[in-house]
Design a protein around this ligand. Structure first.
Ligand SMILES: CC(C)(COP(=O)(O)OP(=O)(O)OC[C@H]1O[C@@H](n2cnc3c(N)ncnc32)[C@H](O)[C@@H]1OP(=O)(O)O)[C@@H](O)C(=O)NCCC(=O)NCCS
Length: 184
């Protein structure tokens, strides 16, 4: 991976929000189905990242970034701790985004490895995500994630056409369900 480092943001300041918005806008303009419709704008992107910033402060999620040697954010991913008290071992992985100019260099893989490490360090043993991206599906499968299946017509592409989503999970090391206590 060319001169990109991954780090966790403890808080999202204005510079970080600007950088994260640039990445989000680039992904949506590239056609990614990641919650937003055309036309994408800085107003929508900044509002999203400000709400994420508040959530980080509340301790609900972790934001990881990939940054280049100049300190520019080129990618990001989130680990969201599950809220229900009966799922203390689970987290969701979301908003895996890499700027188009840095794709296919291992940034996504590095972000995913870092997200799994953060989750494991927090004692999480089960990760879940969904994706509408074929590129992302291959990334997750390569890293040992299990494909559960697809929900048709789940969301919209930015241009308004319906798109399916695919659900994945990964049990982290030491996290395989204990047959003595696991019930279906
Ligand atoms: C999905 C996404 C995050 C992947 O990011 P990425 O940084 O390109 O991922 P990687 O570089 O790790 O892997 C991508 C491909 O490049 C290849 N690759 C990685 N390093 C490489 C290198 N040094 N040289 C050549 N190829 C390389 C990988 O093998 C992989 O190949 P594949 O397309 O055959 O699967 C990115 O495409 C993206 O942001 N998409 C839009 C947003 C989106 O839909 N996100 C998913 C939300 S869940």
């Amino acid at each position: 991976m060319t001169d990109v480092r991954i780090r966790r943001l403890e808080t999202l300041d204005e510079r970080a929000i600007r950088g994260l918005s640039d990445v989000l806008i680039d992904c949506v303009e590239g056609g990614a189905s990641v919650s937003f419709m055309f036309p994408m704008s800085h107003t929508k992107a900044d509002a999203f990242w400000r709400s994420v910033a508040d959530s980080v402060v509340r301790g609900e999620r972790v934001v990881l970034i990939a940054e280049d040697s100049a300190g520019n954010i080129v990618g990001t991913v989130q680990v969201i701790w599950a809220q229900p008290e009966n799922q203390p071992h689970r987290a969701d992985v979301a908003k895996m985004l890499v700027h188009r100019r840095l794709r296919r260099q291992g940034v996504g893989a590095a972000l995913l490895i870092a997200a799994e490490r953060v989750a494991l360090a927090a004692g999480k043993t089960l990760l879940v995500l969904d994706t509408a991206s074929g590129d992302a599906e291959r990334l997750y499968a390569r890293q040992g994630w299990q494909r559960c299946g697809q929900i048709p017509d789940y969301a919209l592409w930015p241009d308004g056409a319906l798109v399916a989503t695919t659900i994945f999970y990964k049990s982290l090391p030491g996290g395989a369900p204990d047959s003595a206590t696991s019930r279906t």
